[in-house]
Design a protein around this ligand. Structure first.
Ligand code: PRP
Length: 182
């Protein structure tokens, strides 16, 4: 275990099982349709890659980078698009792929933003959900698992851009995120 980690919250085995289940459900639901996954960078990167490799039907993917204004762990309420999707989504069935839904701000914004391009449908898939933190209601169509409101990193999730490479979902030691040592 990494020295900055307090405990492993979700093991690699549990994540693998969760991803396989989601991919199987999506493959079944979208059989015969024009499926496009839109990953929300950067947190989605590992989840998106794992999901894609487990989907068994034809699928395209794109990425979008959104950032909320302000600093720290609290969103300020405004979203900015840093990098837009580079593929046509009009008339296609899209699923927005997120590592984490917290307040729901990002997904609410992106669902409306992408919806303006007239895709045939827009659904949401998230690996991890912190329902206790929700401020903006959002329907999550495909969800891996609910998690408690703890400071988690790994499997694409970061603290100050670090720890994204940890293969498990880990709770960081308090002195790391309070002390600015990372
Ligand atoms: C995280 C996460 C979601 C968003 C969720 O991204 O990946 O995109 O926050 O929060 P919300 O529900 O309160 O909007 P972050 O801004 O940390 O960027 P990252 O994906 O590059 O880690």
């Amino acid at each position: 275990m990494h020295e900055d980690v307090k405990k492993v919250l979700i093991t690699k085995g549990e994540i693998d099982k969760m991803v396989k289940n989601l991919a199987a459900t999506i493959s079944r639901d979208y059989e015969g349709r024009q499926l496009v996954l839109i990953g929300v960078m950067k947190g989605c990167l590992i989840f998106l890659a794992d999901l894609l490799r487990n989907i068994t039907i034809p699928v395209e993917f794109g990425t979008i980078t959104a950032s909320s204004y302000g600093s720290g762990t609290e969103s300020s309420g405004q979203i900015k698009i840093i990098n837009d999707v580079d593929i046509e989504i009009k008339g296609k069935d899209i699923i927005v792929i997120e590592d984490l839904v917290d307040t729901g701000l990002t997904l609410n914004y992106l669902k409306n933003f992408l919806g303006l391009r007239e895709p045939k449908s827009v659904k949401i898939c998230v690996a991890f959900d912190k329902p206790s933190r929700r401020k903006n209601p959002i329907d999550v169509d495909y969800k891996g698992m609910d998690i408690p409101d703890e400071f988690i990193v790994g499997y694409g999730l970061d603290f100050n851009e670090k720890y994204r490479n940890l293969p498990e979902i880990c709770v960081l030691k308090e002195e790391i995120y309070n002390g600015g040592m990372a």
